[in-house]
Design a protein around this ligand. Structure first.
Ligand SMILES: *Cc1c(COP(=O)(O)O)cnc(C)c1O
Length: 389
């Protein structure tokens, strides 16, 4: 008899052969536009810390003070012993920023999606989902037991066709989309999606993980970017990217939030966000509001990197965000490209299937990258592409 776990070795071998195998790499420095990765100093294009707040003195101070006052753990779920005034302050700050009646923080963005989707829909209902949605939206949809209708990426006409065909067969309707697509950098067609949600009596949930602190005049996200409102809209996001902390949130009507407090399993049955994480996220919103230069610098840097890349005529994927991707033909090619960049002091991760349908090199721009660091990308890529593409 074989060992019951022997299939694991076989599975890992298959991953190796497909060049899909992954492993962790240790970062040996504080977060920033330059990091030490396994002993090597690199310009960092692999961070979600878009505004450079994860190492900001005000956030660190807020987290330390919260630990001094409230300890390290929150000791229970929010409905039992875990709720603190800090949580309420953070939720009010998020709701004010997002211009919603209320907000609710979760232990992560992933859990916010799982818990919200499964609370809102079940087997009698229908989910209409963009094919490039984040894993947390896709797994939330599966877990809910709802029927899932997948529309082509960013294609609101395809979504409309699916709604025409299937909306009448399901009880509730929930449309799911990333607002900034995490592995592409493009935006969902929010105005069209809102119109469809309103026409077809649907709820629309947008995942603002890469839009929060990034898009819109005050960094409030995609809704602010498009300057629209809708009472069909649910905005979720994370505290762990541009807000430099850890956790997730859902922002929407008072009724929605009351319902989630009662019915969302990933919120009810998990420990409340820690005092340090909560205080850091709260301070991040205060920093974004009192120091607008971070958001300004981010967009100046995005424009700068685009200018560096334009003359090289690279196969860039469409993007309206700090996420800029260079399309590659195969996992081998993107791995080798990422490796060559790393030899030149640049950390831009290779993104491969099954995370995405096609391989790509992904650059995430930060507010505190310097002009010299951005210029180096242009220089190194111009040499490499002459040789390789
Ligand atoms: C990162 C991410 C999440 C998960 O957020 P965490 O707080 O890291 O769990 C959800 N959706 C998208 C689109 C993301 O990029």
């Amino acid at each position: 008899m074989t060992h019951p776990f022997s299939w694991l070795d076989h599975s890992l071998d298959t991953l190796h052969r497909a060049n899909w195998y992954r492993s962790v790499k240790t970062v040996e420095s504080a977060p920033g536009p330059e990091i030490i990765l396994q002993g090597q100093t690199l310009i960092n294009f692999a961070s979600n810390d878009y505004l450079g707040l994860a190492n900001h003195p005000r956030l660190k101070q807020a987290a330390i003070q919260a630990i001094e006052a409230w300890g390290t753990g929150s000791t229970g779920s929010r409905l039992l012993s875990g709720h603190r005034a800090l949580h309420a302050q953070l939720e009010t700050a998020i709701a004010d920023w997002k211009q919603t009646e209320a907000a609710l923080v979760f232990s992560s963005g992933y859990l916010a999606n799982l818990g919200t989707i499964t609370a809102l829909v079940g087997p009698k209902d229908g989910i209409f989902s963009d094919e490039y949605n984040h894993s947390s939206l896709k797994n939330g949809a599966k877990l809910s037991g709802a029927r899932i209708f997948t529309y082509r990426h960013g294609d609101d006409e395809h979504l409309e066709q699916l709604l025409k065909e299937y909306r009448s067969e399901v009880r509730r309707c929930l449309i799911l989309t990333d607002s900034v697509f995490s592995m592409d950098g493009d935006l969902c067609p929010l105005p069209q999606l809102i119109t469809l949600a309103e026409t077809w009596n649907g709820m629309l949930l947008i995942d603002e993980a890469h839009a929060t602190g990034v898009l819109g005049e005050t960094g409030a996200g995609c809704r602010e970017h498009f300057k629209i409102h809708s009472d069909h809209l649910i905005q979720m996001g994370t505290l762990s990217k541009a807000l430099g902390s850890l956790g997730g949130y859902v922002a929407g009507s008072q009724t929605l939030i009351q319902y989630l407090i009662n019915r969302s399993a990933t919120w009810v049955y998990t420990t409340a966000l820690s005092p340090a994480d909560t205080a850091a996220a709260l301070e991040a919103i205060a920093v974004i509001q009192s120091e607008p230069q971070h958001l300004y610098n981010l967009w100046a840097n995005i424009a700068d990197l685009r200018e560096q890349l334009a003359p090289l005529h690279l196969p860039l994927l469409p993007s309206e965000s700090p996420i800029i991707c260079l399309g590659m033909k195969t996992p081998e090619q993107v791995l080798s490209f990422s490796q060559k960049l790393q030899e030149q002091g640049i950390f831009a991760p290779a993104i491969r299937p099954p995370t995405v349908p096609t391989s790509r090199l992904r650059f995430s721009v930060m507010a505190n990258h310097t002009q010299t660091q951005l210029a180096k990308v242009g220089q190194v890529l111009s040499q490499l592409t002459l040789e390789a593409l």
